[in-house]
Design a binder for this molecule. Structure first.
Ligand SMILES: [Zn+2]
Length: 473
């Protein structure tokens, strides 16, 4: 089997990790003139980490003789890629790849850069590790050499702490997050991991996140793989937020004042993406569901689990209602929202609120049509089963929307479902419904319309305010 043995040697400068030596033994097919590996010169706005003068990228045979490489740069989705093609075929299909990277001060979101802060370093493999062209699966064996770190230091990646193994494809190293620090604080509960440096206030957020993961993973019948949250502290951060990848989330905060209840919903949202996913090509086709369902269940599951108070729930609902109902772009089509991804922040946010408030409506409609026997959970689970089996046809995303219409339409009526969906696609705005939050033993949540003001235009609009119903009402 193809195998990559990777050793990362972080170096401590008394305050943080100032360099990391990377050494890889590649047991892969290596042929002259054929692409062997590639690095991402740029990922969105983040360059590949700086290389130390004494540690450029070097490929050698196991005896240390250099294998010269030619490189080719090409533009890819959201970045630039440099492809390395060996110019000779080594005697054995084995080579050693070495270089040393220098982290820079921890940067803003997207938190892909290899960024250092007092205590340690965090980042995505995208900005300091290669991807491989080898076909078939590759066994990765990762070892942390902590000989240049203080005692008590440790290192981790998405798939666990310390030395570990993982089987994957050529992209496994670049679609993982990494951290090393002294000390690297960690909360572990089952397959859940949460890492941070130095701030004792993060312990509480880690415990909340562990409770949410435990509840969500049971609800979605998770298969028990590790899920990791990595924490970065940096200055460029208006709201806490981060970047998700396979089974992991790296997030950023600026100050202790940001460590409030809204983090529970942030982590709950990111975790939901582990289990709810649909093909979304072109972007925008299924974003209403992918992000809308993450919004829906990130409110509902912590509420069902009793992890958030009624006040925390309604405060978060109010934040999301203002974000959506006062968004000047809320009537854009799904396609227009997809095209505006990252170029216009307000338009980028629309599918989140649109999906959330439409799914609150759909949940209520399912409950009404089924006399309370069913809820959105049933349609969501059936859609998950179909997504796992895969969607066929020219456009898997259109097929996914069709599957939603069929499953939801089977309960509320197909004509009604189609009519609603066309309205959704072209920017209709639904009033909030709150049936999803009616739980035995919990106070009821209600929504009343209030005068709102569109952001940017200043025009008046209808917004909504959620409150907890008290006993006297
Ligand atoms: Zn999301």
């Amino acid at each position: 089997m193809n195998e990559v043995r990777l050793t990362i040697t972080p170096r401590w400068n008394g305050e943080t990790v100032s360099a990391a030596a990377v050494r890889m033994t590649l047991s892969l097919p290596i042929r002259a003139g054929e692409p062997l590996f590639r690095i991402r010169v740029r990922s969105i706005d983040k360059p590949f980490a700086a290389l130390s003068d004494d540690g450029p990228i070097r490929l050698a045979d196991p005896d240390g003789a250099e294998i010269p490489c030619r490189t080719e740069d090409c533009e890819e989705d959201m970045g630039t890629v440099r492809v390395y093609l060996p110019e000779v075929t080594p005697e054995r299909s084995c080579a050693v790849l070495t270089y040393t990277v220098l982290p820079s001060p921890a940067g803003r979101n997207p938190v892909l850069d290899l960024g250092s802060e007092p205590g340690g370093v965090t980042g995505s493999g995208m900005t300091f590790l290669p991807a491989f062209f080898a076909e078939g699966s590759i066994r990765y064996i990762l070892r942390w050499d902590l000989s240049a770190m203080p005692s008590g230091a440790s290192g981790a990646w998405t798939w666990g702490e310390g030395d570990s193994e993982r089987e994957g494809d050529g992209n496994t190293l670049i679609s993982a997050f990494y951290t090393a620090g002294s000390p690297l604080d960690c909360v572990r509960v089952g397959s859940f991991r949460y890492y941070w440096f130095r701030n004792p206030k993060l312990l509480e957020t880690a415990v909340d996140a562990a409770r949410i993961f435990t509840y969500e993973s049971a609800f979605f019948r998770d298969e028990g793989e590790i899920y990791s949250i990595f924490t970065r502290h940096g200055n460029e951060c208006v709201h806490p937020g981060g970047t998700a990848d396979n089974r992991a989330y790296l997030w950023l905060y600026r100050e202790d004042g940001q460590l409030d209840a809204s983090l529970k919903f942030l982590f709950a949202h990111e975790m939901v993406h582990n289990w709810i996913n649909l093909p979304d090509e072109p972007y925008g086709t299924c974003t209403w569901y992918v992000e809308g369902a993450a919004e829906f269940y990130s409110l509902l599951l912590p509420w069902r689990a009793g992890i958030v108070s009624p006040e925390e729930l309604t405060e978060e609902l109010n934040r999301r209602a203002a974000d959506y109902y006062e968004n000047p772009r809320r009537r854009e089509t799904n396609e227009a929202c997809g095209r505006a991804f990252l170029s216009d922040l307000e338009t980028t946010k629309v599918p989140y609120g649109r999906g959330l408030f439409y799914l609150l409506h759909a949940d209520a409609a399912i409950r009404r049509a089924s006399g309370g026997a069913k809820s959105l959970d049933d349609v969501m689970n059936a859609l998950r089963d179909e997504a796992r089996a895969g969607f066929a046809g020219d456009s898997p995303s259109d097929a996914a929307n069709e599957a939603w219409l069929r499953l939801y339409g089977a309960i509320v009526g197909e004509d009604a479902a189609r009519e609603e969906f066309e309205a959704l696609r072209t920017g209709a705005v639904w009033d909030p419904e709150t049936d999803a939050f009616a739980l035995p033993g919990s106070p009821a949540v209600r929504a009343v319309s209030v005068p709102g003001t569109e952001r940017g235009t200043g025009e008046s609009c209808v917004s909504w305010k959620f409150t907890v119903r008290t006993d006297e009402e």
